[in-house]
Design a protein around this ligand. Structure first.
Ligand SMILES: Cc1ncc(COP(=O)(O)O)c(C=O)c1O
Length: 438
């Protein structure tokens, strides 16, 4: 006897505590049990299908069940699934570290691995603080963050995240790191509004650093796009000048490219567009093409050198059991092979251009405002969204075979890069229908 979708949903509600979810809502809105997936589509147990237009929380780059990633993982299973990375090493983690260093902005030759994005944030925060401490600068124990920024939800990462809904319950646990105005706006990154916000944000950063550099370890930013803020975008100029300011004032720059990395903003890494090398580059999500949890912090010789010592206690004594997992690293190598073999960044430039044209019917929709695109991210705001808009929109989308999960009144597309033009046309047409229905 096969289990029905409704039965799977009920069993999941009883046994699985789902992330970022008020579980009671699933009394009214059933969970969507997925039986299998292929390309851009998820398939339910009831025969229904859904276009994964948000890349399964921004992780999927080359479609589900990608034959090349599958083959790499199958081969890896026959060689080595995992070995602890303290005292041991293996081929895939070495090759991945070398290739990431070659692809990243110059000078980031040392890779430290974690699992999820938030663990990369924790690693960068700890490394930055510890670096200054090793140099005798014990007072540098604060981070400065941008309004609306999101860096994950473990306690350290949450303390530099600025999303009230996620922070409120845990406020007593979180250190009050200063928040600065963000350059990001709900508008195109080259708009007048973005330029004004960038000027204001840079002025505020300069004033802050002049007064507080001696107590600040690092500035943490999401380069070019603040995803959780609702795909708010800003020009590369902010990054370039923020980098110059932090360097001048002896404060680290942590570039959280957990969402923007691996081609999302049109270049391999968003930092490239500002021609900067941050002190720490945090990567995750697309790193394995959406297959396995893996994150990585790349850093400089200078940071690495400060920990390199005969004294064990001067080392970076941080670890996760699955640090540098061989299967996850092999998936990441397969992803990098696809980038190289298919010249993905160049192909995406053409795709983004076409998608912009194909999205014109949405631009013409009377409720669509602030249509914006940055590389492979497309977003717009909805006028008169009203209470509960995001939830209503998500449910109506599912009725039309789409996975779309607006953030507030912002609707965005972040599909696999392998989405076909026919699939994008379907996405645009049905998004228009959903807009009419909500
Ligand atoms: C910019 C950014 N940083 C950090 C994270 C946290 O990553 P994870 O959910 O894998 O912990 C996210 C997740 O959305 C993110 O977008």
């Amino acid at each position: 006897m096969t289990t029905s979708a409704a039965a799977w949903s009920a069993r999941s509600r009883a046994a699985v505590w789902h992330p970022c979810t008020q579980m009671k809502q699933h009394e009214r809105t059933p969970l969507v049990p997925i039986a299998r997936a292929s390309g851009s589509w998820l398939y339910g147990f009831d025969g229904r299908r859904y276009l994964d237009a948000v890349g399964s929380w921004w992780v999927n780059l080359f479609g589900h069940a990608n034959p090349r990633i599958n083959a790499a993982l199958t081969a890896q299973l026959g060689e080595l699934e995992h070995v602890m990375l303290a005292g041991f090493t293996h081929r895939t983690v070495i090759e991945l570290s070398e290739r990431l260093a070659a692809l990243a902005p110059p000078g980031l030759a040392h890779a430290f691995y974690g699992s999820d994005g938030a663990s990369a944030t924790e690693i960068a925060l700890k490394m930055s603080f510890h670096y200054w401490r090793q140099r005798g600068e014990h007072g540098k124990d604060r981070y400065v963050r941008l309004a609306g920024g999101y860096h994950g939800e473990t306690v350290g990462a949450l303390s530099v995240t600025d999303v009230a809904l996620f922070r409120e319950a845990y406020a007593p646990l979180l250190r009050a790191h200063p928040v600065l105005p963000s350059p990001a706006v709900h508008d195109a990154p080259d708009s007048a509004a973005a330029q004004r916000a960038t000027d204001d944000a840079l002025e505020a950063l300069e004033r802050f650093l002049a007064a507080h550099a001696s107590t600040t370890a690092a500035l943490i930013v999401e380069p070019l796009v603040q995803g959780a803020r609702g795909m708010a975008m800003y020009p590369p100029r902010y990054l370039a000048q923020a980098h110059a300011l932090t360097s001048r004032h002896g404060v680290h720059l942590i570039a959280d490219e957990i969402m923007t990395g691996f081609g999302r903003t049109g270049t391999m890494f968003a930092c490239e567009q500002a021609a900067i090398t941050p002190d720490f580059l945090c990567l995750s999500k697309g790193i394995t093409g959406g297959y396995l949890p893996l994150s990585c912090v790349l850093t400089t010789d200078q940071v690495y050198g400060e920990f390199y010592d005969d004294d064990v206690s001067r080392g970076f004594l941080h670890s996760h059991s699955y640090t540098g997992n061989a299967l996850a690293c092999r998936a990441a190598l397969a992803v990098l092979d696809i980038f190289a073999d298919d010249d993905v960044i160049a192909a995406n430039r053409a795709t983004a251009h076409r998608w912009r044209r194909m999205a014109e019917p949405l631009l013409a929709h009377p409720r669509v405002r602030a249509f914006r695109q940055c590389g492979m991210i497309t977003a717009f705001d909805v006028e008169d969204a009203g209470d509960g808009f995001a939830q209503r929109f998500a449910v109506e989308s599912l009725h039309r075979e789409l996975v779309l999960r607006p953030i507030g009144r912002t609707v965005y597309f972040m599909p696999p890069y392998t989405l076909t033009d026919d699939e994008f046309a379907l996405l645009v047409a049905r998004t228009g229908e959903v807009l009419d229905a909500c």
